[in-house]
Write a protein of this length. Structure first.
Length: 399
């Protein structure tokens, strides 16, 4: 078999076809870019080109076949809204002209606070009106807002032109600079959006207090999510990841998954596929999902990401492969904490080869950590995944 480009290799795996070798692609925690690129966290978080450049730099360093663009494009005039930047120990505080403060740690996601630098604003469930919901972006420059207002805009966004023109710029930027690499967009699932908007505990209580209103909110958020997915594909994304981090057994039961998560994720996938039938969609759910793999398949997703093994989750790769692997592609199952963060290069290589032995056959497997690679993970450990697929991930030529 002739050697494939990274983009071709990932495309084959995403379509459950057999590539020349198993692709490798990990989602890196944003803090990992902060720690390992020499670029200021403020620049990476707030600037389209800075984030795009570090995505490309670490894709090349680790030999990944794909890049996940997991921040939206940014307002190119963001610097004009800064009042000052302060140093507080290892953290930097961006004080904006409107009084908000973004606290930027050296190795973790920034958060936006009110002027007291302690308070984050969340609406109550009672305040929510489904008619005023469309899409919630927790990583907007000025944090969460209800109804959604982008950055420093004076008014909430209108559905007719909801996403600003620069929203897709990072995908366009990376696509142009890496034409032979698989580029993936990411959206928050409607359930994740609601969890973030209300703060987690309040959202979970709402499932019990007023399930009808929750369903109405999720239905409204699904429509904006569909538009965002379509926009990402139009901008050049080869696949779209649905971030449904809170849909595992650590947060909700299997029954609540069927009631609240499955219908809205099926809706967004159907709505997206109506326009982009050939662009793969896959789902990222953290923690224990062994009891709901088949329910996740019912959403219409093309693949499942993470598949956390014990002790982080409960997924046995061989079992998952047997249950869903003939129909969905599988990405993940390596323990990002105990194996990559705390392990040794030899241990990582051994574990990666074991995953390949279990899941490689007939294609449809992407070697990856289960969840995000932690910020302080040694780069030499991450590099072992590419070494593993070169040593043990190649497929024999079919005759």
């Amino acid at each position: 078999m002739a050697a494939m480009t990274s983009r071709e290799r990932m495309t084959a795996a995403l379509r459950h076809e057999q590539p020349d070798r198993v692709p490798v692609m990990c989602q890196l925690a944003l803090g990992h870019y902060f720690v390992n690129t020499g670029v200021s966290p403020i620049e990476i978080w707030h600037d389209t080109a800075a984030f795009g450049d570090v995505l490309l730099a670490l894709q090349r360093r680790y030999g990944f076949d794909g890049i996940l663009v997991n921040l939206p494009g940014r307002d190119p005039e963001w610097r004009e809204h800064i009042d000052r930047i302060e140093n507080h120990g290892a953290d930097q505080h961006v004080v904006w002209e409107n009084g908000l403060v973004t606290v930027c740690p050296p190795d973790d996601n920034p958060h936006v606070f009110q002027s007291d630098r302690q308070t984050r604003c969340f609406p109550t469930f009672e305040e929510l009106d489904p008619a005023r919901l469309y899409y919630v972006e927790p990583h907007d420059l000025t944090g969460l807002s209800y109804p959604t207002r982008w950055g420093f805009a004076a008014e909430p966004a209108h559905r007719a032109d909801f996403f600003p023109p620069w929203h897709y710029d990072t995908i366009r930027y990376v696509r142009a600079k890496a034409p032979d690499v698989s580029v993936h967009g990411e959206v928050w699932s409607p359930f994740s959006q609601l969890m973030e908007l209300l703060d987690y505990g309040n959202a979970l209580m709402a499932l019990l207090d007023d399930p009808g209103k929750v369903q109405a909110c999720l239905a409204a958020l699904a429509e904006g999510t569909i538009e965002l997915m379509r926009g990402q594909a139009a901008a050049g994304a080869d696949a779209v990841l649905i971030s449904s981090a809170f849909a595992g057994a650590g947060f909700i039961s299997r029954a609540h998954y069927r009631e609240f998560v499955l219908p809205c994720e099926r809706r967004i996938i159907e709505g997206f596929k109506a326009v982009y039938p050939d662009v793969p969609v896959y789902t990222h759910t953290c923690g224990a999902i062994g009891d709901r793999l088949e329910l996740m398949e019912e959403t219409g997703t093309n693949g499942i990401d993470t598949l956390d093994p014990p002790p982080l989750g409960d997924v046995d790769l061989a079992d998952a492969r047997r249950r869903i692997g003939s129909r969905l592609f599988i990405k993940g199952n390596m323990d990002p904490v105990n194996t990559l963060l705390l392990g040794t290069p030899d241990g990582v290589l051994k574990d990666a080869r074991a995953r390949l032995e279990t899941a490689k056959s007939d294609g449809g497997y992407i070697l990856s950590t289960a969840c995000s690679v932690p910020p302080r993970t040694p780069p030499e450990n991450i590099a072992q995944l590419r070494i593993a697929v070169e040593l043990a991930g190649r497929y024999e030529v079919r005759t």
